[in-house]
Design a protein around this ligand. Structure first.
Ligand code: PEP
Ligand code: MN
Length: 377
C-alpha cells in the first residue's frame, strides 16, 4: 500500500527527474487550494504504454481525472477527484503491484485544523478569558466532583492561586464498572455553583451523546476524554453545541489521527478547539502514561489550535507534576490542566496524581518565571 502520510507532499519531489519535479510543482501549485483532494500516483520505471493505459483507465473508472507527467525515467500521474464520494486510490498499488510504485496525497488529510488553513494562532473565548493568546491559563480542580465541600474548597483554593478554569469530572470514564462513575447531573450542578461562587469558568467531560444537551447547559468547555478521542459521533455532537471543545489525545493515538479527530470539530462549524496531550500508552510502567511533550512544538507547527498539557493523567504521580508543568510551559504550551484535591489520599478517583491545595499554590508560584521566560503572562 502506498504511503499516506500527513505530509505526503514533503516527500513528493524526492527521487524525481527535474522534468517531473517541475511539472509536479506546477501541478501541486495549481491544485493545492482545490477543495477536492488530489493524489499523486508514481508509476514503476519502464512500464509499457499499454500498461500505463490500463492504470489510467482504472483511475478514471474510480471517478478521478488523471493528469500524466512524463519524465525520462518515470511517469507520475496526478489524479483529481473526491474521496468523500469515491473509493480512494490507495488500492492501486495492490491492484497493479508491477505497475504502481506508490500513491500519496498532495494535501494533508486534515485541512481546517492545519496551520496552512489559518496561519495565525487561534484563540478561544471562554467567558471573559482568551485561551491561546498571550496570557497563560491554568485549569485546575479535582479528578471527580465528589461533594459540595470538596469542590468548593478546591475551587476557592485554585482561584486564589491563580487558576482561571475549574476542572472536575461529573461523568467519569472508569476502567472498571465497579469504580465510582461520577455524580452525574448533581456534579454538574455543583460545578455551576462553584462557578457562581468563585467566577471560575468550568470544564467537564462529556462521556456520551445522550448527555450532550445537559452537559452543554452547565459547562463552559466540553472535555472529550482520551477514551472517546475517536468517538466521531460524540465529537460531532460536542462541536454542534458551539462550546469550546478540549480534545484529549487517545491512549494510543498517532498525532495525525488526533489532528483528524480535531478536524471533526472544525468541520462541524466549531472553531473553538483545543488539543490536550495527556500521555500515551508505551511499554514504560514507571509512570502511568508517557507524557509526550514533543506534541507541543508539533501541534504548534501543524495546527493553529491551542495545545494544553495534562501532566496529571500524563505522569499519574503527583511528585512528577510540577516538573512536567515547567517543561510544558517552557516548550510553549498554551495552558495546563491539573488535578487538585483537598485530600488526595481520600480521593474517589486518581488519588496518586492529584496535588494538594498547598502543592498547587506552590507550583503556581514556581511556574511564574517559566511563564515569563516563555514570553507569556
Ligand atoms: C480526567 O481528566 O480525569 C480523565 C479521565 O482524563 P483522560 O480522558 O485523559 O484519561
Ligand atoms: Mn483523572
Amino acid at each position: 500500500m502506498g504511503p499516506r502520510t500527513a505530509g505526503g507532499s514533503d516527500r513528493l519531489f524526492q527521487n524525481k527527474s527535474p522534468q517531473v519535479a517541475l511539472r509536479l510543482r506546477l501541478f501541486c501549485g495549481n491544485f493545492r487550494s482545490n477543495p477536492k483532494p488530489t493524489m499523486i500516483i508514481v508509476l514503476k520505471p519502464g512500464i509499457s504504454k499499454t500498461d500505463e493505459r490500463s492504470v489510467l483507465a482504472e483511475i478514471r473508472k474510480l471517478g478521478y481525472t488523471p493528469h500524466v507527467m512524463r519524465g525520462v525515467a518515470r511517469t507520475v500521474v496526478g489524479a483529481i477527484g473526491d474521496e468523500l464520494t469515491h473509493a480512494n486510490l490507495d488500492t492501486l498499488t495492490a491492484q497493479f503491484p508491477k505497475l504502481v510504485e506508490s500513491v500519496m496525497p498532495i494535501q494533508k488529510r486534515y485541512k481546517l485544523v492545519s496551520r496552512e488553513a489559518h496561519p495565525a494562532n487561534s484563540t478561544i473565548r471562554v467567558r471573559e478569558h482568551t485561551l491561546g493568546g498571550k496570557k497563560f491559563h491554568v485549569m485546575a480542580g479535582p479528578c471527580s466532583v465528589e461533594s459540595e465541600s470538596q469542590l468548593l474548597t478546591t475551587a476557592e483554593a485554585v482561584k486564589a492561586a491563580g487558576a482561571t478554569v475549574l476542572r472536575g469530572g461529573a461523568f467519569k470514564p472508569r476502567t472498571s464498572p465497579y469504580e465510582f462513575q461520577g455524580l452525574g447531573e448533581k456534579g454538574l450542578k455543583l460545578l455551576a455553583k462553584a462557578r457562581k461562587q468563585t467566577g471560575l469558568a468550568i470544564i467537564t467531560e462529556l462521556l456520551s451523546e445522550s448527555h450532550v444537551e445537559m452537559v452543554a447547559e452547565y459547562t463552559d468547555i466540553i472535555q472529550i476524554g482520551a477514551r472517546n478521542a475517536q468517538n466521531f459521533q460524540l465529537l460531532i455532537a460536542a462541536a454542534k453545541t458551539g462550546k469550546p471543545v478540549l480534545l484529549k489525545r487517545g491512549l494510543s493515538m498517532k498525532i495525525e489521527e488526533w489532528l483528524l479527530a480535531g478536524e471533526y470539530v472544525l468541520a462541524n462549524e466549531n472553531p473553538n478547539l483545543m488539543f490536550c496531550e495527556r500521555g500515551i500508552r508505551t511499554f514504560e510502567t514507571y509512570t502511568r502514561n508517557t507524557l509526550d511533550l514533543s506534541t507541543i512544538p508539533i501541534i504548534k507547527r501543524e495546527s493553529h489550535s491551542p495545545i494544553v498539557i495534562d501532566p496529571s493523567q500524563g505522569a499519574g504521580r503527583a511528585d512528577l507534576v510540577a516538573t512536567m508543568c515547567k517543561g510544558a510551559v517552557a516548550m510553549g504550551a498554551d495552558a495546563l490542566l491539573i488535578e487538585v484535591h483537598p485530600n488526595p489520599a481520600e480521593a474517589w478517583s486518581d488519588g496518586a496524581q492529584q496535588l494538594t491545595l498547598d502543592g498547587f499554590a506552590k507550583l503556581m508560584t514556581e511556574l511564574k518565571p517559566f511563564i515569563a521566560a516563555a514570553g507569556r503572562e
